[in-house]
Design a protein around this ligand. Sequence first.
Ligand SMILES: Nc1ncnc2c1ncn2[C@@H]1O[C@H](COP(=O)(O)OP(=O)(O)OP(=O)(O)O)[C@@H](O)[C@H]1O
Length: 305
Amino acid sequence: MTCIDVVNLTKEYGAARAVDELTFSVLPGRVTGFLGPNGAGKSTTMRLVLGLDRPTSGTATIGGRAYAALDDPQREVGALLDAHAAMGSRTGRDHLRILAAAGRIPRRRVDEVLEQTGIASAAGRRIRTYSLGMRQRLGIAAALLGDPRVLILDEPSNGLDPEGIIWIRELLLGLAREGRAVLVSSHLMGETASFADHLVVLGRGRLLADTGTADFIESWTTRRVRLRTTEGERLRKALAAKGFIAVQGDDGRWTVEGARVDDIGPLAAYEGIPILELAGDEPSLEQAYLALTAGEAEYTATQEA
Ligand SMILES: Nc1ncnc2c1ncn2[C@@H]1O[C@H](COP(=O)(O)OP(=O)(O)OP(=O)(O)O)[C@@H](O)[C@H]1O
């Protein structure tokens, strides 16, 4: 089983530390979401793993070896870094054929990945006529060409339409089910929550979190229940006796922080208090992410004086 292992990885550009003593692993069989504000160091880390840049210190390895030491890199790791990297004057099929030839990959793989990424019908067109979404698909096709055990994808949903976004989600989940290690950076939290079982979160080059997605959301958000009742004061007292604070809003609804509907429904039934409406707010990855990264963004809007 092949993992990506990043150990004490540091990259300095002049006096600036883009990546700062970073340690984490990307395990096979799951999709790891790679998150962090602009400039947090995600792309730099991916470039270091792929041997496109040298670390100032520390190591980044794939299956225990540096990228440069891999026997057959295209078959061991596939990457999408920049969807505009392909030459526009070539056709999609020629672009993939050249990559296949360079990696000693059988030609039939070209047609397989064109089908898999849904661009077979555009394979004979020059890349410069492709939409951003089609370029993304071509970049993903290139990453899949060598049928690699490890995939590193920098913002693969970028430019995809809603259908494309559903497609990439299914693709990523399928790749993980096949036992591959998949690292995916994204700024789309709703999307990331739908495919990532695990998260690595960076802020200013440092590791802020390395945890399961569900645990991450649980740790960085508070649950909340909203309800309507005809006997607010009685319910407030009954909840207070259980340690919950219920606050009534202007619209007459009550909000109970830190509670689940399961805490409140049975209690109200036991007390014989009529409940007209009872709904739990499901905390989102976006809420958790914003709570963790507040103050970590390289560029945040500042209030004008
Ligand atoms: N070649 C370079 N020379 C100098 N500084 C660089 C270079 N590449 C990246 N940086 C700096 O390193 C830091 C991390 O950048 P990086 O692109 O890795 O962040 P990121 O998390 O991928 O951001 P984004 O979400 O915007 O893509 C930034 O401050 C960036 O300006």
